[in-house]
Design a protein around this ligand. Sequence first.
Ligand code: IPM
Length: 360
Amino acid sequence: MKLNIAVLPGDGIGPEVTAQAVKVLKAIAMEFNHVFTFRKALVGSSAMDKTGNPLPEETVNICKEADAVLFGAIGSPAYDHDPDAKVRPEQGLLGIRKALGLHTNIRPVIAYEDLLNKSSLKVKQIKDTNLVIYRELTGGIYFGERHLSDDGNTASDVCTYQRFEIERIAHGAFKAAQSRKRKLTLVDKANVLESSRLWRRIVKEIALQYSNVEVSYMYIDNAAMELIINPRQFDVILTENMFGDILSEEASVIVGSIGLLASASLGDKHAMFEPIHGAYTKAANKGIANPIASILSAAMLLDHFGLDDEAALVREGVDKSLKLHITTPDLNNKYDNISTTKVGDFIEDFINNPDETNLN
Ligand code: IPM
């Protein structure tokens, strides 16, 4: 298969982790006789430094021409503490999601057997967790009208949802549930918000078409607690944009490190694959950033194109690296010198030679 992949490394640890994912994809291409070409483009604060724009037009064009986009990370402390900044790196990520119409964000959360003791939660609580969050990605409060009064004392962000936005992701989530444990939980705040009541009404209607899926409804505040005390109860969590952002970051506590959580952001025409973590600028260029989320995002890219054996081999490599403690310091207390690159190299070697790879 020929795939033209746009690579947007972005900020902070983004370039380091993305380089490992690209390395792994190159190894897969070699092993399975595919032709993957990679085209880099600027986004985020690194794009702002060079062009003044967090999402240059050229980047949007490169992504639109590509079969898929691999995204690194975005953000910079220089803007985090400046509420008056007119332009922010995050606009690059939100802008590309919108420009490519990436409405459905899929975030799997799996408690790896080998990492159960890395979580700050109790092993018996998290063991066997295997859920997926379907987060709506191009609507809601993230993209609603914003306003700051002239005197600077009143601000508003509007949360709007339209029927079609809810329907398209709900169908995706129900279909996913059908191929999993056939359970779907809609997370909302329908006891307070009108937009949540719309979600509930529409999901109830759509549920009639998926009679083999057991549907439950949970308020976000309750879900935030349930996710920690009993994550195993969940299969597919369907939720709107901001709730999905918060819940998925919370879910990283189950897994042991946010450096493990990958995602796919899908639209009708385009697809982007991105770790859920941010730029973690403090860790940049120290070789300590965990590349697994980026590598697993590359595996989701392979899934997307039906390259199942290829994706499975990447995941096997990841599993093996975890089993052998070939992991960055966020997860490691066995070796203290395993760098970002070393993890990538290990998984690359595994792909080249699955039967022989060991720590050397
Ligand atoms: C994420 C991130 C982004 C979001 C930020 C960087 C805009 O937190 O992908 O989860 O909130 O969507």
